[in-house]
Write a protein that binds this ligand. Structure first.
Ligand code: ZN
Length: 495
């Protein structure tokens, strides 16, 4: 990694002194040494600290909500959608307390990113980045339990409640704890470890990862990114916990579709009334059937599950040629799993008209299209545009929500290390997946940097609904299990 670029002015403190937090590297850890290192960790005190930190972090209302902006703000001051500055300042202080220097980088007023680096003078591998985001999606309070304030860090019945507990402040604190442990225990590093806590992930990363990589291009020289994407779900398959590590993500294409004509009174029927024309044309596009296609990650996912099937049907699930198809058919009733198998088109915005007896002169829709790796974005846009053009509907690509699919190799030592440590219990299943959603990992994968996305806290399928939904919560016992698994994996990967 080159450090010769002009330093961006830190908002606090001086730029990191690369040697002061440095640690002398030693030779690779043997399994026994790794186990010894872990046994050195005073876990109960560490986990108590982690819970305390997460509760404090959840109290910062780092909501990122571009929809709350007025049209003129959206155009002239889009950064007003969120504010991570206070949370970033607090994280800076937490790390400083642990004698870890970090840097705060302001991309726009109130939008602050944090970088901390544990350096080694004897690095033989490019750095590992631990990536999380400090912003969260908005809360609809009426959907939450009235007893729970989403920004209070409340603890109830063994759960920490709050917006961001799962997405993604829990992982952020796990990263901080891991960095502190590596530093305090002087774990011999073979590669630098870089902690990145970014702003603006929930709105596309323009004031976060995208900005940061433009201003700190040396971050792209890292060897591996660990971030979000997959979850650990309790009892998902034959009563076994499934730890899903995202190695790929679908792409996204947003198209704005506008139909226009002269408005007129509703007592007159014209063939080109914009709302009716738009609805009819959209119907054709939405009814399009996409062929099922398994990417390498999805195939690996279904094959891993097939091999672990139990009960009378288990022999069927293990027939080599059909097993992944059988498992796929079985599991594609779950919408999130079905989404791994197809391109999809969702109608997300539909607006027109203000008065019951008036046919309006304009109707507008937004289509959100998700594409598997291998599906071509431009081809899809052209096909949809041509279909809608038959009804004189104008289609515009919305660039800030458009990016291609991405995928990382997963036949790697690092993935194997992660998989080994993720499956804490004997019956656990660890698998790569293609995530149907998108995260900041895409910026790295697109540049050829491997990125594995895994939120390591085992949760129930129902609790997964708290991600961007009501009553987001994380069981303290899961938080602990996840921190320990991820710490073991990171030690394997860096030593
Ligand atoms: Zn997230």
């Amino acid at each position: 990694v080159a450090h010769s670029q002009p330093a961006i002015v830190s908002r606090k403190g001086s730029p990191i002194d690369q040697s002061s937090s440095g640690q002398c590297g030693a030779s690779m850890l043997s399994p026994t040494e790794a186990a010894e290192l872990e046994s050195e960790v005073p876990w109960s005190a560490v986990l108590e600290h982690a819970v305390d930190l997460l509760r404090q972090y959840l109290r910062f209302p780092t909501v990122n909500d571009p929809l709350r902006l007025s049209p003129s703000e959206s155009l002239n001051a889009p950064w007003l959608a969120g504010c991570e500055a206070e949370a970033a300042n607090w994280l800076f202080a937490v790390l400083k307390n642990a004698a870890i220097n970090s840097e705060l980088l302001e991309s726009a007023p109130g939008r602050v990113n944090l970088i901390a680096r544990l350096t080694t003078r004897t690095s033989s591998k490019p750095p590992l980045i631990l990536l999380s985001h400090s912003d969260v999606v908005p809360v609809r309070r009426q959907e939450w339990d009235s007893q729970i304030d989403p920004f209070s860090g409340a603890v109830r019945d063994g759960y920490i409640y709050g917006r961001g507990a799962l997405d993604l402040k829990g992982l952020g604190i796990a990263h901080v704890i891991i960095a502190i442990l590596l530093h305090k225990l002087k774990v011999p590093l073979k590669r630098d470890v870089v902690l990145l806590v970014v702003a603006d992930e929930e709105a596309g990363g323009h004031f976060g990862t995208e900005w940061l990589l433009r201003h700190r291009p040396e971050l792209m020289q890292c060897g591996l990114v660990l971030g979000e994407g997959g979850f650990s779900i309790r009892g998902l398959w034959h009563n076994r916990d499934v730890h899903a590590i995202a190695v790929a993500e679908k792409g996204c294409l947003e198209l704005e579709c506008i139909a226009e004509a002269n408005g007129h009174h509703a007592s007159i029927i014209s063939g080109d009334a914009p709302p009716a024309r738009l609805v009819a044309a959209l119907n054709r596009v939405l009814n399009r059937k996409f062929k099922t296609r398994m990417t390498s990650a999805t195939k690996a996912f279904f094959e891993t599950l097939s091999d672990r099937a139990e009960g009378p049907a288990r022999f069927l699930f293990r027939i080599p040629i059909v097993k992944s198809q059988l498992t796929a058919r079985h599991l594609s009733k779950i919408p999130a799993i079905k989404a791994m198998l197809n391109d999809t088109i969702a109608l997300t915005v539909l607006e027109s008209g203000v008065k019951g007896n008036l046919v309006p002169g304009q109707a507008r829709a937004v289509l959100n299209i998700r594409l598997l790796p291998g599906s071509d974005l431009d081809t899809m846009r052209e096909e949809i545009s041509q279909e809608l053009a038959k009804d004189s509907i104008r289609v515009t690509q919305l660039p800030s929500h458009t990016h291609p699919a991405n995928a990382s190799e997963f036949q790697t030592q690092e993935f194997a290390a992660l998989a080994k440590c993720a499956g804490a219990k004997e019956r656990d299943i660890v698998t790569p997946i293609l995530s149907p959603g998108a995260s900041d990992g895409r910026y790295f994968r697109a540049a050829g940097v491997p990125c594995y996305g895994w939120v390591p806290f085992p949760i129930s399928g129902a609790d997964l609904g708290g991600v961007h939904g009501p009553n987001e919560r994380l069981a303290i016992s899961s938080f602990e299990q996840g921190i320990r698994s991820l710490y073991r994996a990171v030690v394997e990967i860096v030593s």
